[in-house]
Design a protein around this ligand. Structure first.
Ligand code: GRF
Length: 216
């Protein structure tokens, strides 16, 4: 399966996909990396890995539609089967989402549907929840919405700042994004009736209890 990875910034999730694709048994390869920001550090990661890196600068387009069309053309030209949003900070219009329906996935640093949108980790801390996490999901036209492929839980610890929590969650993002791509590319995960169905044996890690008490 050929991937297009869309980025806007540092590209650490892109890096996790680059690293996964280097494994001989990984069922996907990155055909193109596209950034809407010319300065995105992730572009350098792509170039270093010998992957085609393109810029589709949103500021060069008068309308969202025109930007979406250019983005679509760039992804299609590379022959991509699956679009992976990895810290891509532009909302995609209905036209793009419809054209690539069930072929766009995103990673979000919370346990969706909780804490959609921006500034997630500060809002998680302010809400006082004990468990946060991350989600890979198929993209629909509303923000951070769509069939969920995989989620991981991460504890929120006393004294956490948004940055500390973000780093703890990010380390787990780097595990679940390649895992989600593997499941989709191998055909193990597919959309059915608006949800992701996973075939074969499914194993989950033991529950995360936070704080862990004597009874737990
Ligand atoms: C990640 O936390 C991801 O979940 C969110 O944006 C951040 C991107 O980080 N959508 P990076 O550019 O992949 O390092």
């Amino acid at each position: 399966m050929k991937l297009a990875v869309l980025i806007s910034g540092r590209g650490s999730n892109l890096q996790s996909l680059i690293d996964a694709c280097r494994q001989p048994d990984f069922p996907a390869e990155i055909a193109v990396v596209v950034s809407n920001r010319p300065q995105a550090a992730g572009l350098e990661r792509a170039r270093r890995a010998g992957i085609k890196a393109e810029i589709v600068d949103h500021t060069a387009f008068a309308t969202r539609d025109a930007f979406d069309d250019a983005l679509s053309a760039c992804v299609a030209k590379a022959g991509a089967d699956l679009v992976c949003l990895a810290g891509f900070m532009r909302l995609l219009g209905d036209k793009f989402v419809d054209r690539w329906r069930d072929r766009v996935i995103n990673i979000h640093p919370s346990l969706l549907p909780a804490f959609r949108g921006l500034d997630v980790h500060q809002r998680v801390i302010d809400a006082g929840v004990r468990v946060s996490g991350c989600t890979v999901h198929f993209v629909r036209s509303s923000v951070d919405d769509g069939p969920i492929v995989i989620q991981a839980a991460v504890p929120v610890l006393p004294g956490d700042t948004a940055n500390v929590l973000a780093a703890r969650v990010l380390a787990v993002e780097h595990r679940i994004y390649p895992a989600a791509v593997r499941m989709i590319a191998s055909g193990q995960a597919r959309i059915d009736g608006g949800k992701v169905v996973i075939s074969g044996r499914v194993e989950a890690a033991s529950p995360l209890i936070n704080p862990l008490t004597d009874e737990g």
